[in-house]
Design a protein around this ligand. Structure first.
Ligand SMILES: [Zn+2]
Length: 119
C-alpha cells in the first residue's frame, strides 16, 4: 500500500455531525460473516493528528464519514454487534449465529441472509 492510498488519523474526535442519520448494513473484519444495520451521520467533522503529528480538522461525507464513524467506534471498544439494527448472517450458519445473538438482539429484528455472502 502506498502512503497516498490511505489517510492516517491519530486520536480522531468527531467535533460535528450533520444531516439525518442513514441506515446501512455494515460488515467488519472483527465480526466475520455477519452484517448489522447501523445508522450513522452522513456528514462529520473530525479533529485529529496527521502522520506528521500536525493538528488537522477535516469534513467527511457519506461513505468515508461512515467508515470513520465505524473505526472510531473500534477505538471506543464498540462493534457493529453492539447496535440494535437488523442482523444478517449466512443461512447455512443459522444455528451458530442464533445461539450467539438471540440473547443480545431482539428476536424480531434478526433477519437471516438467504444467499451467500455478498462481499
Ligand atoms: Zn470494524
Amino acid at each position: 500500500m502506498k502512503p497516498e492510498d490511505f489517510e492516517l488519523l491519530v486520536n480522531p474526535r468527531i467535533t460535528q455531525s450533520r444531516g439525518e442519520k442513514v441506515t446501512m448494513a455494515e460488515g467488519c473484519l472483527s465480526c466475520p460473516e455477519i452484517q448489522v444495520e447501523v445508522s450513522r451521520f452522513p456528514e462529520i467533522k473530525v479533529r485529529a493528528l496527521n502522520a506528521q503529528g500536525e493538528k488537522i480538522s477535516k469534513r467527511y461525507l457519506d461513505y468515508v464519514a461512515r467508515v470513520i464513524q465505524h473505526e472510531i467506534d473500534h477505538l471506543d471498544g464498540k462493534l457493529i454487534v453492539d447496535y440494535e439494527g437488523s442482523l444478517y448472517y449466512p443461512k447455512n450458519k443459522q444455528g451458530f449465529f442464533e445461539k450467539i445473538f438471540k440473547s443480545s438482539h431482539d428476536e424480531s429484528s434478526v433477519k437471516i441472509m438467504l444467499r451467500g455472502n455478498p462481499w
